[in-house]
Design a protein around this ligand. Structure first.
Ligand SMILES: Nc1nc2c(ncn2[C@@H]2O[C@H](COP(=O)(O)OP(=O)(O)OP(=O)(O)O)[C@@H](O)[C@H]2O)c(=O)[nH]1
Ligand SMILES: [Mg+2]
Length: 341
């Protein structure tokens, strides 16, 4: 299925059912009082966060969603049934806003989360409700309240703990395929990955974390050149960024050239992203000259953690996994509010 991360849809909650006009008819009671029941409520439209869904593709095909209307009230003071609610399953991480005003409505960031985005119209009151001392036989009832129609903008921003960033061909997909169950396409040409992939990395015990492999970034990505910009938003919610660099492309006289290019892209897209916790990982350490290249990067970045791995051969990968867990723990600790004194 195609990966689609934005869509606009129209939803409409159900109309309330009309109230009923009815009078009691009983044998030997010539003029029975009013007994028209209320109409039922229209169905709500609910949005639900589902971890089973990972694209908004189907919302490109189908853009209109309508909940059922409430049933009419009936005689003998019988209420009409409520209209069935409509539950729309959206991928976890979908942010929903009002398409007309841009007002944010909900961020479906927890699995199973549900949100009523359009309440069903109330049912109309039946004529039994309108009987008064001066009008004992009201011949009218309320119509149901109409349902609510709203245009919604859906934007999927993947929820991952760790985001892999780097130039095309750096080995991001190879890495995720080695440390998780994700199986993206891998090839020796740039821009092999066209859509983000998520992989679950386990510590072998009970803990796990989610890693996102996004298409490679190139210079100008944040301005819309190439593919990368469309996907930068998918690392916005990662707590840790892994900056992957191909050891073979580290230049002797300017070891940080590519590293700086990528960080400039991040900053242009979202300054907060550039300040996000980041580890530098030199990949392809199996290639000749890689040790020297890595030493140059480490020397140029004395304050940063620099790790060397070979995603292909598998060296350094368990250390890398451990640093993911350790750095996420540290990030969590720092996110705790300080104790009040
Ligand atoms: N020698 C060596 N080659 C590697 C290593 N990791 C990846 N490669 C090769 O590098 C090429 C690119 O790997 P990918 O994993 O597709 O790179 P990517 O970063 O996902 O690239 P895009 O999706 O195009 O952005 C492939 O030919 C891989 O086999 C490594 O550790 N050592
Ligand atoms: Mg790839």
């Amino acid at each position: 299925m195609k990966f689609v991360d934005q869509a606009t849809i129209t939803v409409r909650s159900g109309d309330g059912g009309p109230g009923c006009v009815s009078f009691r008819r009983e044998k030997y009671v010539p003029k029975g009082g009013p007994d028209g029941g209320d109409g039922g409520r229209g169905g709500h439209v609910l949005l639900a966060a589902s971890s089973q869904k990972d694209t908004l593709y189907r919302f490109h095909l189908n853009q209109h969603f309508k909940a059922k209307k409430g049933q009419s009230g009936r005689g003998k003071n019988q209420h009409g049934g409520n209209g069935a609610d409509l539950v729309i399953q959206l991928p976890l991480g979908t942010i929903v806003s009002d398409a007309e005003t841009g007002a944010p409505l909900v961020d479906l960031s927890r699995p199973g989360m549900e949100f009523i985005v359009a309440e069903g119209g109330r049912g109309g009151q039946g004529n039994a409700r309108f009987a008064t001392s001066t009008n004992r036989a009201p011949r009218f009832a309320q119509p149901g309240e109409p349902g609510l129609e709203i245009r919604l903008r859906l934007e999927l921003k993947l929820l991952a703990d760790v985001g892999l960033i780097g130039l095309p061909n750096a080995g991001k997909s190879t890495l995720i395929s080695r440390i998780s169950g994700a199986r993206p396409k891998i090839a020796d040409y740039p821009f092999t990955t066209l859509i983000p992939n998520l992989g679950v990395v386990s510590d072998g015990g009970e803990r796990s974390l989610v890693v996102a492999d996004i298409p490679g970034l190139i210079e100008g990505a944040s301005q819309g050149a190439g593919l990368g910009h469309r996907f930068l938003k998918h690392v916005q919610r990662c707590r840790l960024l892994v900056h992957l660099i191909d050891a073979g492309l580290i230049e002797a006289d300017d070891p940080l050239r590519d590293y700086n290019r990528i960080n400039t892209e991040l900053a242009a897209f979202d300054p907060e992203l550039a300040a996000r916790r980041q580890i530098v990982v030199i990949n392809k350490m199996d290639m000749p000259g890689a040790d020297e290249a890595m030493a140059r990067v480490q020397a140029a970045l004395p304050d940063r953690e620099v790790l060397g791995v070979s995603a292909l051969v598998g060296t350094g990968l368990s250390e890398l996994k451990w640093s993911f867990f350790r750095l996420l723990d540290e990030a969590d600790e720092q996110a705790e509010p300080p104790w009040e004194t």
